[in-house]
Design a protein around this ligand. Structure first.
Ligand SMILES: Cc1cc2nc3c(=O)[nH]c(=O)nc-3n(C[C@H](O)[C@H](O)[C@H](O)COP(=O)(O)O)c2cc1C
Length: 179
């Protein structure tokens, strides 16, 4: 666990940045930012890849674009860049256990064994009962520190109306009623 008083260190330089907050201070602040919970998927039904992500954000509706931040240290980011297509499955309240399973520490095959997946038009596994699924093509990417920011053009949206939402706030899952 890093010390919150330690200044941040820009990658590769070893020199601390005294003008920035520490990583711990940043994370503690971000814990107060409530976010939707998603499982981002790529690969195929035989060799699927997916992880839980809260770092999903709308960029523009013309062209319809969202972004996803994927940790480069987990080697997942490269699988997404290699494939070029991904699905952002925005989870419902009933997917809390799935969000935990895809949140780290579990082999890919075990993660995908716990739900029914279908194949998108781009041959990417997606969750048919997600609150919404954004079927995307990666149009650009940018490395920022530890993460790859994937900019994704949205080719199709599938939705499950009437689904209660799953949110992540103060390091815990919360349910938001549909109405
Ligand atoms: C609630 C929650 C949100 C997460 N959000 C992200 C995220 O936005 N980007 C990311 O790269 N990892 C995120 N993670 C961590 C990844 O899901 C995790 O590192 C990934 O499944 C790889 O698993 P591994 O750490 O076992 O290699 C999140 C985890 C949880 C539980």
């Amino acid at each position: 666990m890093s010390d919150s008083r330690q200044p941040s260190t820009p990658e590769g330089t070893g020199h601390p940045r005294h003008d920035l907050v520490s990583a711990t201070e940043f994370r503690d602040g971000m814990a107060h930012l409530a976010a939707a919970v998603n499982i981002v998927t790529t690969g195929t039904l035989d060799d699927p890849v997916g992880f839980t992500a809260t770092s999903v954000c709308s960029v523009s509706d013309a062209p319809p674009t969202l972004l996803v931040c994927a940790n480069r240290e987990r080697s997942l980011a490269q699988a997404f860049l290699d494939n070029g297509h991904l699905c952002v499955n925005t989870l419902g309240a009933q997917h809390r256990d799935l969000a935990l399973l895809f949140g780290g520490g579990t082999p890919m095959a075990e993660r995908f064994a716990q739900a029914r997946w279908e194949l998108s038009a781009d041959n990417v596994p997606y969750l048919p009962d997600a609150a919404a699924t954004f079927h995307c093509r990666i149009s650009q990417s940018q490395i920022i520190g530890t993460h790859a920011v994937l900019f994704c053009e949205v080719r199709q949206v599938t939705r499950t109306p009437g689904t209660d939402a799953l949110a992540y706030f103060r390091r815990a899952f919360h349910e938001l009623p549909d109405r």
